[in-house]
Design a protein around this ligand. Sequence first.
Ligand code: SF4
Length: 258
Amino acid sequence: MSTILFNEIVFGPIISRRLGVSLGVNLLPRFGKYCNFDCIYCECGFNSDGKSDTKLPEILQVREALLNKIANHDRTLGDIDTITFSGNGEPTIHPSFPEIIDLALDIRDLYAPKAKVSVLTNGSGLSKPKIKEALKKVDNAIIKIDSAFDKTVNLIDRPQFPYSVEKVIKDLEDLKGVFVLQTMFLRGEYNGVKIDNTSKEEVEGWYQVVRRTSPREIMVYTIDRETPAQDLQKVTVQEMEQIVNPLRNSGLKVSVSG
Ligand code: SF4
């Protein structure tokens, strides 16, 4: 597959389906993927594809790249809506993630005060107090939970450590009303095993996760580009709308991206 790797520490701006005009910050290697999940839909490819580079940027390099990009970015798309930590893997893996978040917030306040600071994370860092505190400070802590069931998470997201949805729900206790829940809906087959996180049982379980974690907002999306696993299918916008309707009707803010 053609993997999408971000070869700069700060990239963009790009138009994000969910966040608007976004400057991306990649705290991972510039030429390789580095993640503690190995999602079958990851646009960066499988972990085994991305071992060519393992070097993480230093704090000062991130500072310089961010300042430089904010001063010199292409303004044809308009003002920056968000500075988004995403890139070639899981951003909270970076050993200086909390310090870099403080730095980004300071730079934002000084040079792009209208921009939000967002982090796309798989939630694996939530059990570390410093990472959780950093996630509390940003405007949008966007945390992925793709299923209420460990078995399904192990099929779709393939955490490379013992993962438990129950533990993530507990870790989110003091982020209630603050974090943004992000869920990828898909179906298909991988290694001969059928995968569908839109079944009745899955959706009921997911509603429970929503009720128990009380996200401030929910972002639901589906496959948009080529995926490393070959036999995966998009879920239609209409289906996702049906899934989220009861949540919307109960007053929750939900966005759907097809
Ligand atoms: S958590 Fe994100 S970066 Fe990591 S494998 Fe999954 S989609 Fe890719």
